[in-house]
Design a binder for this molecule. Structure first.
Ligand code: DON
Length: 310
């Protein structure tokens, strides 16, 4: 496999894949966050970054879009680093829920979210990032994401504002978590940091490099900066492998066989440990909130190069 990825013929392969799926119009952009409905539905970009820092790209690989749920995997890593896995486990389980990303999937007695990839678990993970207040926590999240992406990142203010003013379901989830004392203090604070974290803008190239950093044991393969302590990398990849694609996670690991994470902004990132990060941007989503062409591209790469891990 390595020999294939290292040759320029992989660039040719990616160009062909781009051409093959360019005219696909299946799925719809997310519109429950009103501002997301304004993106170019037909944008299509992809990038693959290897653990030795080679970058392959096709299409709109440098078009910015909001990271949305993909942020959950990386913020979970920060929570693990700041609190330690044992304390995080008291607050967030790692069991696939088999339910939609916005499900209120809490353990009946304790109120502990089933996993950090559903919104409930992600809001708790954000609350576990070190920092005195929401602003400090957000600053830490942004700085860490920048270590993964290898460049300064920013927040799309219109998308943040759009979700903040319409995110009643997430607000309800946060208050429910406060009722169970899974969240401590004012639940609006981690909720606000979570909304901002979801509005961080990345490109497919950024996401592929973020994935390649996980593939490279937590070290950015281009900048050589460590983004995540080595012992925590398998923890993050494990929740991506089991819960990263919501109620499609079982089918995903069956078909594609790589840890991955999707977002309603249209991004998806897949990680082959020790090899590469692969990212796709295409905002048309299927009924489960996953990018239609994102799934198609990842399935093709996995099948054509025999990259199913299992
Ligand atoms: O909390 C939300 O609903 C969004 N900020 C993120 C959801 C998301 O990306 C789910 N992905 N498929």
């Amino acid at each position: 496999m390595e020999a294939v990825v290292r040759t320029t013929s992989f660039q040719h392969y990616l160009d062909q894949l781009y051409a093959r799926f360019l005219d696909v119009r299946d799925g719809d952009v997310a519109n429950y966050i009103p501002e997301l409905a304004h993106v170019d539905a037909d944008a299509f970009g992809m990038a693959l970054v290897t653990v030795d820092g080679h970058v392959y790209q096709a299409g709109d690989s440098r078009t910015p879009f909001s990271i949305q749920s993909i942020s959950k995997a990386f913020t979970y890593g920060i929570a693990l680093e700041d609190q330690g896995p044992a304390r995080v486990a008291e607050k967030i389980d790692v069991e696939p829920s088999g339910e939609a990303f916005n499900s209120i999937s809490l353990e009946p007695k304790t109120g502990r979210p089933r996993n950090p990839m559903i919104n409930a678990g992600a809001i708790v993970a954000t609350s576990l990032v070190n920092g005195e207040d929401a602003a400090a926590r957000l600053e830490r999240i942004l700085a860490k994401f920048e270590h993964y992406a290898g460049r300064p990142l920013g927040i799309n203010p219109a998308i943040y504002e759009s979700e903040r003013s319409t995110g009643h379901r997430n607000r309800a989830i946060a208050h429910l978590l406060r009722n169970y004392e899974i969240l401590e203090g004012d639940p609006e604070e981690p909720l606000d940091a979570y909304f901002r974290q979801c509005a961080i803008e990345v490109t497919a190239r950024d996401l592929a490099l973020m994935g390649a950093t996980l593939a490279n044991d937590g070290v950015n393969p281009i900048t050589a900066v460590r983004a995540l302590p080595s012992p925590l990398v398998p923890n993050v990849l494990a929740v991506m492998a089991t819960c990263g694609m919501y109620d499609y996670s079982g089918n995903w690991i069956f078909q594609v066989g790589m840890p991955a994470k999707s977002g309603v902004g249209g991004g998806v990132v897949a990680v082959l440990p020790g090899q590469f990060g692969l990212a796709v941007y295409s905002p048309r989503l299927d009924a489960k909130g996953n990018s239609v062409r994102g799934i198609a591209v990842c399935e093709s790469v996995s099948r054509d190069f025999g990259m199913h891990m299992l």
